[in-house]
Design a protein. Structure first.
Length: 248
């Protein structure tokens, strides 16, 4: 692991380049440093991330996860991260926004155990993770329509993701999906389903993940915000095979 001061300088440069300067503080930098150490060490024993270069971790995991905050997350919001894997965007959001509470959800129990253990080591009291399938957990009364914000990064295409995520969003809350190049196409094919599930597309914000790595191009990002305007019918989400075979 590189020296702390060098790591801090790298994070500051990337965050400044991406308009994320407000999330720079000694406490936040310390937590990102510790997270990087733990993640790269654990990654030697179990598969958490394919990204192991520190500059790339800072850009593609930390800054990229924080870009979705531009959707506007209210103070104290209750957030669910569907398919959080090794904790993205769960960790960066919980670190940068101590006022919110984040629940990470993933079907892989090993990854969830790692996220919970690491959150404890980082002293993150606002992050917990649950191992379950989204389409099953959405029928639990303490989870259904209980979250102000539901997000998911790199889990599925928007038509599938909408059915997995919108049932967890309370009416008046939102589903925020960060997408890359295929955003427009995915949006078109998800429009009808989003309405059926009680959502209304509220904002489509084009942005970019700006890179400082030599030879690396900036990456297109689109942050899609869907407002929950009506309750989701009790029959959704359907079984995963059905969602995949015939998206709404
Ligand atoms: N969001 C993380 C990230 O951006 O690094 C992980 C992305 S990984 C490519 C997709 C994750 O979604 C996997 O860990 C997988 O187990 C999880 N996943 C896929 N479908 C799921 C479902 N129906 N319920 C819960 N987790 C799911």
């Amino acid at each position: 692991m590189i020296e702390k001061s060098k790591f801090f300088a790298k994070v500051c440069s990337v965050f400044e380049k991406n308009g994320l300067d407000r999330y720079i503080s000694d406490e936040i930098l310390d937590k990102f440093y510790l997270l990087t150490e733990i993640m790269l060490e654990t990654n030697e024993k179990m598969n958490i991330t394919a990204i192991t270069d520190i500059d790339a971790v800072i850009e593609r995991h930390y800054a990229d996860s924080l870009l979705m905050l531009s959707a506007g997350i209210e103070e104290g919001a209750k957030i669910l991260d569907v398919g959080c894997g090794g904790g993205f965007p769960s960790f960066p959001i919980a670190i940068a926004r101590p006022d919110v509470t984040v629940t990470g959800l993933d079907s892989t129990a090993k990854k969830i155990a790692y996220v919970n253990e690491t959150a404890k080591k980082l002293g993150l009291k606002n992050l917990r993770a649950i191992s379950a399938r989204a389409e099953e957990l959405a029928f639990e009364s303490e989870m259904r329509e209980k979250f102000d914000v539901v997000t998911a990064r790199a889990v599925a295409s928007l038509p599938i993701l909408s059915e997995l995520c919108l049932p967890f969003v309370k009416v008046g809350g939102k589903f925020v999906a960060p997408k890359s190049k295929t955003a427009e196409e995915e949006l078109q094919s998800a429009r009808r389903g989003i309405e059926k599930l009680g959502g209304r597309i509220e904002k489509v914000e084009k942005t970019a993940l700006r890179s400082l790595i030599e030879g690396e191009e900036d990456a297109e990002r689109t942050i899609i915000s869907v407002k929950k305007v009506a309750h989701t019918e009790g029959k959704y989400p359907r079984a995963y095979a059905q969602i995949k075979k015939k998206p709404l």
